[in-house]
Ligand binder design. Sequence first.
Ligand code: SF4
Length: 314
Amino acid sequence: MSDTPWLHPETGQPMRRLEFHITYHCPERCSFCSEEHRMSAYEAFPVTFGRVARVLREQAERGIESVHFTGGEPTIHPQFVEILQLAKKLGMRTSIGTIGTRLADPAFAARALPFLDEALFSLHGPDAVTHESLTRRPGSFARLERAMALGRAQPGFRIFVNTVLVRENAHRLVETVKLARERGAELLVVSNVTPEGAGEDAYGALTLRLGEIQALVPQVIEAAGPMIVRFFGVPACALGDSRVFANDIHWNPRVTFEWVRHPDRVSLEGLYNWQPDRKRMQTATCGSCSWNQLCHGVFAKYVELFGDGELRGV
Ligand code: SF4
């Protein structure tokens, strides 16, 4: 790796976005959780405020302008509010990926929201039964609803929604999209289940076939109305005429800080990604596709289980 991985190898532009795993704990037990293995491996290693502060200051000096805190569930970091305050003091735009949790508490939300520009809320169904069949924690839907309501009441705060698409909730996807719209979401991310963590362990049972996803796309776009829609982890050709909604072509390069294991220790390291190609591959079909510079293909695990016969090229 170069000595300056935060500079684009061709243009020399500095990376602008930071993604930061500030905790390896989560009260939910989502059946598709991509972080489950890393949470098990690193739960004994707290990401202390001192460590977070050092990374934030260093990355601000390197040109980072926005930070997305994730986990585990980032709001349960014991110094979550202080972390947000420091990021704002360093001039960063702040966002989190959350399933609500502590933001459902009005007193906590009142302390945190003034330092938070936006949140990507995890909504996996239009009602408690569907959502909690996946999160496997009673009450998580009501907490998420409270957190989103408190966010809506905060002037200038932006609500985004991420819904992970698996076989179990696919038949409720359109209603989930409508609920996100009713709750004031500006952006909707429909995430294809990722073959990582628990998502890898049960990938064959969880994932939809690409043809099934393609059949849902027009309904999602119609139900979304004015929301911006992005499909994460879906090959562009599986989106048909709606391939402009592929997250691949709207994705921003990022440095991700997380624990990395070495033979004799773990260390908090920055992984610099200029392309959204994690766990994905292009196949022989992609060679003649006019979108092969824009689309990063299909999950390698999907090809292993189902082949690439559903890829059509553009
Ligand atoms: S053929 Fe390959 S590169 Fe082209 S859209 Fe499909 S997955 Fe992407």
